[in-house]
Design a protein around this ligand. Structure first.
Ligand code: ADP
Ligand code: PMV
Ligand code: MG
Length: 387
């Protein structure tokens, strides 16, 4: 049997980092996904390995099931309906399994994704042989939530193969889990994100699970329906960075300056709430689309200023801000910052010629631009009779 899962990346319109400290944030899924295919060999086949292929990186990891069992059976499980955190001790055992796999120094950042896989796999499915293949449209470590999309896609495929979720495997095409299954999937993906991010807020896995646009605060989501067209230019500075380190840096700054940072986080909270209001309030005679876009631009700029206060901007981000400002366009970093991606609002009345010019100028700096489809589907699964 083969099950496929796909889960989207995201943009954060307002509130990254502050959301880790209890502020409101607003995020939307985008039309770029991570795909996982999970193939369980027929029980009469003599295949007793768990294999993980990261196709985009041409990497393969493979373990005899007996070796995984030997290393991890003390953890108990599987416990698919009880999302459980990977303790420091379990993490050490998992790392020992990965250390035997010779990840090249240049690709060592992938080790956290592979660790999340091993934790989710053994916790949800136990010690069954399988081949799992991953591909992704998303750039890794760029602020578009590749870590969460990976954890959501893994969890969706694994839960679909477990006996926990009630889903008709004979249905064709891409399927969406029911509400309670989505909740379970989101909780498992959050456990995976914890392995990759250290201290995630949960916003990325939540928006990847549910799709569309959400307002998120302290683990609680409110679905948002946009009442205006929202077109965003995403500029990838291609400066690599690591969310875990940036999140830890903001926490250290908060420990050093608790009062000042608490004011910064409160200001971000207000900005995110206001941004959600602007997006949801229908345009009227008193509030035109253009006026709404101007409000959004101002809120994005204010949020960017506060992200600078948190210490997560970067010279490459500042170059994007300066470049777009020449065309009177407002931008902010999205995701963890420190490089990665920047969002620029493209107002409805902006001419195509200007958009082409700004993209050409950004690309001449070595950046990569794309115009995202915002607020699409969340996680989906698909069964096939195996190949
Ligand atoms: N397709 C993938 N294959 C393997 N690992 C991945 C994949 N996508 C994400 N990851 C893991 O997530 C990490 C990037 O996550 P992070 O630093 O949070 O940035 P972002 O979530 O913005 O892309 C990678 O270093 C890797 O460990
Ligand atoms: C910085 C943060 O707010 C978002 C991180 O997003 P990304 O991993 O950079 O895509 C962290 C979090 O909310 O878990
Ligand atoms: Mg991430």
């Amino acid at each position: 049997m083969e099950v496929k899962a796909r889960a989207p990346g995201k943009i954060i319109l307002s509130g990254e980092h502050a959301v880790v400290h209890g502020s409101t944030a607003v995020a939307a899924s985008i039309g770029l996904c991570t795909y996982v295919s999970l193939q369980v060999p027929p029980s009469n086949e003599n295949d007793d390995r768990l294999t993980l292929q990261l196709k985009d990186m041409a990497l393969e990891f493979s373990w005899p099931i007996g070796r995984i069992k030997e290393a991890l059976s003390s953890l108990g499980g599987p416990f698919p309906s009880t999302p459980t955190s990977c303790s420091a001790e379990s993490f050490k055992l998992i790392l020992a399994l990965i250390e035997g796999q010779n990840i090249l120094e240049a690709k060592i950042s992938l080790a956290s994704g592979v660790s999340a896989f091993l934790w989710l796999y053994t916790s949800i499915l136990g010690f069954k042989p399988a081949t799992v293949v991953v591909t992704s449209d998303l750039p890794l470590g760029s602020g578009l939530g590749s870590s969460a999309a990976l954890c959501v896609a893994f969890s969706a495929a694994l839960l679909a193969c477990s006996d926990t979720v009630n889903i008709d495997m004979k249905q064709e095409g891409w399927l969406v889990f029911g509400e309670s299954e989505l909740e379970l999937l989101n909780k498992w993906a959050f456990e995976g994100e914890k392995i990759i991010h250290g201290k995630p807020s949960g916003i990325d896995n939540t928006v990847s699970t549910y799709g569309n646009m959400i307002k998120f605060r302290s683990g609680n989501l409110t679905r948002i329906k946009s009442s205006m067209p929202l077109k965003m230019l995403i500029t990838n500075t291609k400066v690599g960075r690591n969310t875990k380190a940036l999140v830890a840096g903001v926490s250290e700054r908060t420990l050093r300056n608790p009062d000042a940072m608490s004011s910064v986080f409160n200001a971000v909270d207000s900005i995110s709430k206001e941004l959600a209001n602007v997006i949801q309030t229908p345009a009227s005679d008193d509030l035109s689309i253009t006026a709404k876009e101007e409000k959004l631009e101002e809120l994005m700029e204010m949020n960017q200023g506060l992200l600078q206060c948190m210490g997560v901007s970067h010279v490459s981000i500042e170059t994007v801000l300066r470049t777009t400002l020449k065309y009177k366009l407002a931008s902010k970093l999205t995701g963890a910052g420190g490089g990665g991606c920047v969002l620029t609002l493209l107002p409805t009345l902006l001419s195509g010629t200007i958009v082409d010019k700004v993209i050409a100028e950004l690309e001449s700096c070595g950046f990569q631009c794309l115009i995202a489809e915002i607020g699409g589907k969340g996680a989906e699964i698909c069964f096939s009779a195996s190949s």
